[in-house]
Design a protein around this ligand. Structure first.
Ligand SMILES: Cc1cc2nc3c(=O)[nH]c(=O)nc-3n(C[C@H](O)[C@H](O)[C@H](O)COP(=O)(O)OP(=O)(O)OC[C@H]3O[C@@H](n4cnc5c(N)ncnc54)[C@H](O)[C@@H]3O)c2cc1C
Length: 317
């Protein structure tokens, strides 16, 4: 019998987030039906783009409007959909949403779950993920009727594969979460304009930025290079920037193409969150800083001087 694999699609203002495409590429296999589950939009609007990456069935999961932001309702709807469509492998992103949703799904289905995967072998049912703050790579084989994988954003290169998809609807508007009601949702700090986990370029600041005002230097530069702004824990603990910007073991795990570390020493805890970056550029006044042994380019400079200069050059260019 043909296997059914499901991917849970994340949207941003009605558009499929780029980082889904790598996940879909990973979930594609011969002799399988590839289902995309869409909860937050009219699925017709995303049909074309999902087809271009090999999706063969698009399921629009209907939720009651007052339940849209409720993770319990979302999980229940997805659990029902997984059963209804006989999904044997479920893929979601290891983003804030995925970290909330996927464990709920796995727990309810008694399904094994591996989060933050950067590799999955569908035949062998093997996933690779980082453990112990990125010090080791774990190769994990899963067994069970349903397997759940959380995929690290940006970790997989997307490859197109044109298909024609069938549109389906799955009415879950009757589901109302009990014991869990979201009173209000929103209030995200505007500073995190580009989602850190999904950014191609990140410019991050540490203790070397010295205060909250100096982070504006990074925001101004970020605008020019289309980057997200991140931070070390020291900068967050000092109250200079919100926790949502923290990169590292206890913050966001990121895999941008380019990571520019400004005034960050390169502790193992910080490195645990950004070691999979394509290219690391360190701007640091201290040529003995630990980050030097882990970066591709080192710029010996005062970040408070060189970043405004760079922004000015980009302004004039
Ligand atoms: C359990 C645990 C979890 C942790 N989780 C995290 C985490 O998720 N993320 C995280 O970041 N940390 C985390 N930490 C903290 C971590 O150990 C470090 O303390 C922290 O990463 C250091 O931040 P920093 O590099 O900004 O500061 P520092 O280590 O103080 O480094 C500042 C750097 O800035 C340079 N500098 C100073 N002035 C300038 C200037 N003007 N221009 C250029 N360079 C300059 C200095 O030479 C120095 O290298 C964790 C720690 C523990 C124990």
């Amino acid at each position: 019998m043909m296997k059914n694999i499901g991917v849970i699609i994340e949207l941003d203002k009605g558009r499929v987030k780029e980082t889904n495409f790598g996940m879909i590429t990973l979930a594609r296999a011969k002799d399988t039906q590839l289902f995309a589950f869409v909860m937050d939009a009219d699925a017709k609007s995303v049909k074309e783009v999902l087809e271009s990456f090999g999706i063969t069935k698009i399921v629009e999961v209907w939720l009651a409007p007052d339940q849209l932001n409720n993770p319990v309702t979302r999980a229940k709807a997805m659990i029902n959909a997984i059963k209804e469509f006989n999904i044997s492998m479920v893929f979601g992103l290891s983003t804030a949403m995925g970290k909330d949703l996927l464990p709920r799904i796995a727990a309810h289905l008694f399904a094994p779950l591996v989060m933050d995967c950067f590799y999955v072998d569908l035949e062998q049912k093997i996933a690779k993920t980082y453990q112990y703050s990125g010090k080791t790579i774990a190769t994990i084989q899963l067994t069970g009727e349903v397997l759940v994988f959380g995929i690290r954003p940006n970790a997989i290169e997307p490859v197109k594969a044109q298909e024609k998809a069938q549109m389906l609807k799955f009415d879950s508007s009757h589901i109302v979460a009990t014991g869990f009601r979201v009173i209000k949702s929103g209030g995200i700090d505007k500073t995190t304009r580009i989602n850190l986990a999904e950014a191609d370029v990140i410019i991050a600041g540490g203790r070397g930025m010295k205060n909250s005002e100096n982070f504006n230097i990074l925001f101004q530069c970020a605008k020019k290079i289309n980057a997200a702004v991140g931070a070390s824990r020291v900068a967050v603990d000092a109250g200079w920037v919100p926790y949502s910007m923290q990169v590292g073991q206890t913050g966001e795990k990121v895999s941008p193409k380019v990571y520019i570390a400004c005034g960050i020493s390169g502790s193992i805890q910080h490195f645990a969150g950004m070691k999979t970056s394509g290219m690391i550029i360190a701007i640091n006044t201290d040529e003995n800083a630990a980050i030097l042994s882990n970066c591709d380019y080192y710029v010996k400079a005062d970040a408070l001087e060189i970043i405004p200069t760079l922004t000015k050059i980009l302004d004039n260019g």
